[in-house]
Design a protein around this ligand. Sequence first.
Ligand SMILES: Cc1cc2nc3c(=O)[nH]c(=O)nc-3n(C[C@H](O)[C@H](O)[C@H](O)COP(=O)(O)O)c2cc1C
Length: 314
Amino acid sequence: MIPSPRLTTNLAGIELATPVVLAAGTAGVLDEMSDVLRLDRIGAIVTKSITRAPRQGNAFPRITFTQAGMLNAIGLANPGLDAFVADIAPRIARVPAAIIGSIAGDSVEDYLAIAQAMDAIEGLGIIELNVSCPNVHSGLEFGADPDALGELVSAVSGSLNDTKVFVKLSPITIGTPYTIVDLAQTAIDAGAQGLTLTNTVPAMGIDVHTQKPILSNTIGGLSGPAIHPIVVRLVHLVYAQVAKDTGVPIMAAGGVTRWQDAAEFILAGASAVQIGAGSFANPRTAVKVTKGLEKWVARMGKPNVSELIGTVIV
Ligand SMILES: Cc1cc2nc3c(=O)[nH]c(=O)nc-3n(C[C@H](O)[C@H](O)[C@H](O)COP(=O)(O)O)c2cc1C
């Protein structure tokens, strides 16, 4: 199966062969999924979030499975910027899917340094600013405060040549006076060319025998089917209230394990759909979802999936 022209989708001027994307942190650092998946059959891979210095991440255990998804507190384990540029980026030209560089940091300077290094990498057309990691102290701060978010996004987007800037938000703004719509609007006003909705939901599991938290970090991020309907609502809200009129594309992430989940996201307003926990359940989920989407678009009588974006009838 070669992805059909029905599935091409446009992310701020970058064309993907299909709207199906492997989510940050769930597919190795770059192309490790090629062992189990034909990468020419998916739209894009988001890299592991890269930080300036290498990180070991949190102590084990840092992943556990729940009744309807998984909890993780990896803590942004990654090889760091220098190793990414020297050892991993040279492989990008040989990967038959688009590459989206995910960035995490503690300061505007961190994000800027990584964004500028990624901007110089051939074949890396989009960066995704992870401002919503629940598993490191500073991760959520940029994504929860509009002033900090606006400063970060305008500094990064103003400093790049051609690379498109996506901002990845948290599904949870409880404890702040802002909604995800406010934060999405702030990101767009500051120059973001796309949004990724969303990161994991802060959550916790307890071992009933030891009476201790299951994850060494106590708190982790919930992903997988449990969060899917929550994120469908958020994509719908942000699309209807901010993204549709500004023409800013949304990549949706949250609990996609079947083509129907991806189709729901597209109807809610997503131009592309990321798969994270779904690849842990079955590493071939992305290809399975792609095949199902292709048949769905044909059954809906549309020449291209883009004609279905945001067409939920409410
Ligand atoms: C094991 C694991 C590691 C993750 N690492 C990252 C990361 O490095 N950067 C990031 O932005 N999101 C990370 N995420 C979040 C996913 O990219 C995605 O936003 C989230 O899991 C929701 O999608 P899903 O329900 O399909 O998993 C991680 C998720 C998991 C399960």
